[in-house]
Structure formats: C-alpha cells, structure tokens
Design a protein around this ligand. Structure first.
Ligand code: FE
Ligand code: FE
Ligand code: ZN
Length: 193
C-alpha cells in the first residue's frame, strides 16, 4: 500500500501501536516473573493492567475511525523485546537482572511515548479530537510508567547491581551499606570478615 496522506500515515501508526501493545501484553508477565524486587514486579504487573486499558483505548480509536481493529506488525517493538530477552538470558536472578529488565522496559516505554506522541499530534491535525484525547491519556500513562522505572532504579536497584549483591530489598542489609558505598565488591567484603 502506498501511503500518500497524513490520514493514511496516522492509520498505519495506530495499527502499528496496536500490534506493539499486543506484544507488550505478552511480554510484561514474563518481565514480572523474572524480577527479584517486589516493587519492580508490582510495577510490571500494574503496567500490564494499564496496557489492557490501552488496547481498549486503541479499539475505541478504530471505532471512531469506523474501522475494525487491525494490527500491522511492529518491527520496532519486536526488536526491542528481542534485545531485552537476549540481555536477560545472560543474567542470573538478582539486582543486575532487575537493572537490565528496567533498561529494556524503559526502551519499550520510550518507543511507545514517541509513537503515541506523534499519533496524538497527527490526530489533532486531522481534526480527530476525541481520538487525540484517548491517545493523550495513554501517552501520560506511558510517561508515568517510564518515570516509575527510573525511580525504582535510582532508589535501590542500580546501587545493588553496582555493589554486586544478589539481594534486592535494601532495608535488610542495614550496617553493610557503608562498606558497599566504598565501592568494594561483595567478594572482597566476604574476604574481610
Ligand atoms: Fe503501552
Ligand atoms: Fe512500530
Ligand atoms: Zn507501556
């Protein structure tokens, strides 16, 4: 199909995002299963529920366009998810895997933020205000999901991964935290005692 108009480009983008969301619906439970941090697992599970609503919003967009929902293969999301999978396969469960899962999930969110941002703007330009509103709602959710992942990484997971510990809940470690900040690996720490 030759895409010649902004309207066609817009519809193609909606079909692409629809396929992308369907892929994330399948990926999020797998990410949740691999997470060691309770908070990270909860974040993935929460985003899974949100994603179901996002798929429903896209179905509303199709309805407003007088079209049946249809997907067009999203190579971008497929690649991002595949890459995340490859990285995760190299890692044991623990903080480093959690850091990798966060990185992969943030790439997913950024792809979605770019897609929904463009689609929302195009919907507005085309005079599809109701569709633009639906797309803007999802765009906000994706941005918040991305921020949440940054928070989880910054509050504990990155530091734990850097310290080389397998544990993921920071409070449990109490008095050990000072030494870890000195940058010694956990192997060295064990040797010192
Ligand atoms: Fe999404
Ligand atoms: Fe795509
Ligand atoms: Zn998302």
């Amino acid at each position: 199909m030759q895409t010649e108009t902004l309207n066609e480009l817009y519809i193609d983008e909606i079909k692409d995002i629809y396929h992308a969301e369907k892929q994330t619906l399948k990926a999020l439970p797998k990410l949740a299963k691999q997470a060691s941090s309770e908070k990270l697992r909860a974040a993935f599970e929460e985003h899974l529920e949100q994603t179901k609503g996002q798929v429903a919003r896209l179905e509303e967009v199709f309805e407003l366009l007088d079209m049946k929902p249809s997907a067009k293969k999203c190579d971008g999301m497929e690649g991002i998810l595949k890459e995340g999978d490859h990285v995760a396969k190299e890692l044991e469960e623990g903080a480093t895997l959690d850091a990798a899962l966060i990185a992969g999930a943030q790439k997913v969110e950024h792809y979605e933020i770019a897609s929904y941002g463009c689609a929302r703007t195009w919907a507005t330009l085309l005079g599809y205000d109701d569709q633009a509103k639906l797309l803007a709602e999802t765009l906000e959710e994706e941005k918040l999901a991305d921020q949440k992942l940054t928070e989880l990484a910054e509050e504990a997971i990155n530091a734990e991964a850097a310290a080389g510990t397998e544990e993921t809940e920071a409070p449990k470690r109490g008095s050990n935290s000072k030494r870890r900040e000195s940058g010694e690996s956990s192997e060295t720490e064990a040797g010192l005692h």
